[in-house]
Design a protein around this ligand. Structure first.
Ligand code: NAD
Length: 348
């Protein structure tokens, strides 16, 4: 675990076990130099505690990169709760988690993530002020979807084979949960042609009925012919071998850690597919969680989310002039902002 921390430059790892409620949780703080570490709390059924710790470390690093590229004065952190086989008392579980967060004295601010809801954040807020995405500040998913929507527009503008308008563009959305569904609504209103997929058939039917979407089985969404592929389900879906199956011009989606390995980013580059880095595209939720926690007005939040498209356009421009893979340019921009060019050169 120390090697994992060293490789990712993670500064703190905290574990908490509560016998009364069965809570077993991990908080990873990747970097708190830019401000208190902010990142969601994931409730997930992990195979082992090693898997949970590794996930917390990886996700916390992603949050640091996300905050750095989005220009948010927040460090990167993440919490994971190992989902018990059965949750007997959800309120007690999240109160115990609230005590864990509070014990860190504000160095980590928690928020919603996969498996948690605004109600859970309200429970945590009864124990500690270091929480965002409560029912007062709201669900970050629509803000994340707005950032993805703006990024799709930036990708269309940058793609040589597509004209800049969303109307009639074929957009394939994988995962129709909180973000995917809100995104489909925005795309449908803008006149896009939707191709959708989810492992939950009820969500698929809803999108077919509401947005006249065409659906395909989960096993074929990756290879469907489209202009933009938008992964909004789970991460790790882009591997060097699966990349060969893609038939799209660009990839722009909300899922965290879409590239299973850095090599997958290089494979996309070789195949001429424009990849919009996930940690920039999906920063809308973080911008909302951070700014609403600081009591900033809605207009400022919306303006900052619109800036995601402008930052992406800048990265695509660098990609066109240098010929370098987009994934490398985005990583370097985030690392420059986190560590400064000097430290990067020393460790290279
Ligand atoms: P969610 O749990 O509400 O939705 C995920 C959806 O993906 C579910 O409907 C699920 O059935 C579906 N799914 C899972 N595996 C699938 C598969 N193999 N094929 C098709 N569908 C599949 O989650 P969400 O909040 O919508 O987040 C979606 C993704 O975006 C996640 O990776 C999350 O980490 C990331 N993200 C979310 C936010 C946010 O604000 N919610 C912010 C940043 C990043």
């Amino acid at each position: 675990m120390f090697a994992e921390m060293k490789n990712t430059r993670t500064s703190e790892l905290h574990l908490w076990s509560d016998e009364d409620t069965g809570l077993q949780a991990v908080i990873a703080i990747h970097d708190a130099n830019r401000g208190p570490a902010l990142g969601g709390c994931r409730l997930f059924s992990y195979k082992s505690s090693d898997d949970a710790i590794r996930d917390a470390i990886r996700l916390a690093q992603g949050m640091s990169y996300k905050a750095a590229l989005a220009g948010v004065e927040q460090g990167g952190g993440k919490a994971v709760i190992m989902a018990p086989r059965e949750i007997h008392n959800r309120e007690a579980l999240f109160k115990a988690f609230g005590r864990f967060v509070h014990s860190l004295g504000g160095r980590y601010i928690t928020a919603m993530d996969v498996g948690t809801q605004t109600q859970d954040m309200d429970t945590i807020a009864s124990i500690t002020p270091h929480v965002s995405c409560t029912s007062q500040t709201g669900d970050p998913a629509p803000y994340t979807a707005l950032g993805v929507f703006n990024s799709i527009k930036a990708a269309l503008d940058a793609s040589p084979d597509l004209s800049g308008d969303i109307t009639n563009k074929r957009i394939a959305v994988q995962g129709l949960g909180n973000v995917g569904f809100a995104l489909c609504e925005m795309l449908s209103n803008a006149g896009a042609e939707l191709i959708v997929s989810d492992i939950d058939p009820a969500k698929v039917v809803q999108c077919e009925e509401l947005f006249s979407a065409r659906s395909v089985p989960p096993s074929t969404i990756l290879s469907v012919e489209c202009d933009i592929f938008s992964p909004c389900g789970m991460g790790g879906i882009l591997q060097t071998d699966t990349v060969k199956e893609l038939h799209c011009n660009a990839i722009v989606g909300s899922a965290n850690n879409q590239l299973a390995t850095p090599e997958a980013g290089l494979a996309l580059h070789r195949q001429g597919i424009l990849y919009a880095p996930d940690f920039l595209v999906n920063a809308g939720g973080l911008i909302h969680a951070s700014l609403s926690h600081r009591g900033r007005p809605a207009q400022e939040i919306n303006e900052r989310i619109h800036d995601i498209g402008a930052t992406l356009a800048k990265i695509f421009q660098r990609h066109r002039t240098s010929g370098e893979p987009v994934s490398l340019i985005a990583d370097r921009m985030a690392e420059n902002s986190l560590y400064g060019p000097e430290l990067l050169q020393r460790s290279a």
